[in-house]
Design a protein around this ligand. Structure first.
Ligand code: SF4
Ligand code: MG
Length: 323
């Protein structure tokens, strides 16, 4: 695999208290594959992606193994990780404004990345590549846009610029954390198909983080569903949508808008998202789970293979068709 994450746990210190927000996560991404991480806010999905990128603050502790092309990222210095981020791994976030420099024209920001990635690149080549990148992300009038400042662009155009910057390093791995959440529906669809196209054309492996299951169907090959810092379900996108097994995933599916329910109130999962500093004993989902029994309050269920390549963390899901 391109990326192989094994027993990843991430905790944060605040005073004397240490809170573990990602618990024993294992998954992999093959070259050219899109793996979606789905969950509500506070489920640990963003912390998982920041742990992989090495972008957490000093009060964070990351344990377990993160192998990128066979190289252990947790063993690298922060300088080595920064170099890797500039060259092979890129990340795009929900709010592009927070990653763009408001004082610099778009061309300078893309130029900066190109200069880091190709130290001997000429000025003319930078200009040419900048226009080429802006064209690749479907920005109209790329020459004019290159001269603009971030605040002169719409949210959708800024996100396209961020993707162009991410592409400037020709990454093998792209981590996209809620890249379309702040955008209107039309722009959202355009950005998603852009990411998908880059994945297909360049073979870029993608980790796609979202709270919205409906965008996963068109994007992902495989899906991890996270709840309270743990993976509760993992399988292929087809299997997940055909045969969701964990009651939390089933609840997420029922909360998805469809054409005929679009004007009605959505069925939402009962109860509140879990408080990660004060989780219930046993299965973290039991206070909200329609199937919960007393046995669910005893221990955290294991993530088990319940059907072929379909892993579920629930004691009341039966095994089917496997020993
Ligand atoms: Fe629900 Fe129990 Fe399964 Fe947890 S283990 S998801 S509470 S049925
Ligand atoms: Mg997040």
């Amino acid at each position: 695999p391109l990326l192989s994450v094994t027993n990843l746990s991430t905790s944060f210190r605040a005073g004397k208290r240490e809170t573990t927000v990602v618990k024993d996560i294992s998954f992999h991404v093959n070259p050219g594959e899109v793996v979606a991480i789905v969950g509500e806010s506070g489920s640990g999905k963003s912390v998982t992606s920041l742990s992989i990128m090495g972008l957490l603050r000093k009060n964070a502790t990351v344990s377990g193994s993160i192998l990128y092309n066979g190289q252990e990222l947790n063993a690298l210095s922060s300088k080595e990780r920064r170099l890797l981020r500039g060259s092979e791994m890129s990340m795009i976030f929900q709010e592009p404004m927070s990653s763009l420099n408001p004082m610099l024209r778009i061309q300078s920001q893309i130029g900066e990345v190109l200069t880091i990635h190709y130290p001997s690149i000429s000025k003319a080549k930078i200009k040419e590549k900048t226009i080429d990148l802006l064209t690749q992300v479907d920005i109209p009038n790329p020459i004019e846009t290159a001269r603009r400042f971030p605040h002169q662009l719409s949210g959708g155009m800024r996100q396209r610029v961020m993707i162009a910057i991410a592409l400037a390093c020709d990454p093998k791995l792209l981590i996209a954390d809620e890249p379309t959440t702040a955008l209107d529906v039309t722009t959202q669809a355009q950005i998603l198909s852009l990411i998908k196209r880059l994945n297909e054309q360049n073979g870029t492996g993608v980790v796609f983080v979202t709270h919205d299951l409906s965008v996963v169907a068109t994007m992902a090959d495989r899906v991890l569903v996270m709840y309270a810092g743990r993976i509760v379900e993992e399988t292929t996108v087809h299997e997940l949508f055909d045969r969701p097994k964990h009651p939390y995933t089933i609840g997420l599916m029922e909360a998805m808008p469809t054409l005929d329910t679009k004007n009605e109130r959505l069925h939402a999962i009962q109860g509140n998202p879990p408080n990660i500093v004060n989780l219930p004993i046993g299965c973290s989902f039991h206070p909200r789970c329609p199937w919960a029994t007393e046995a669910c309050k005893e221990a955290v269920p294991d993530l088990e293979e319940k059907a072929a390549t379909h892993y579920v963390r629930c004691i009341h899901v039966k095994k089917e068709g496997i020993e």
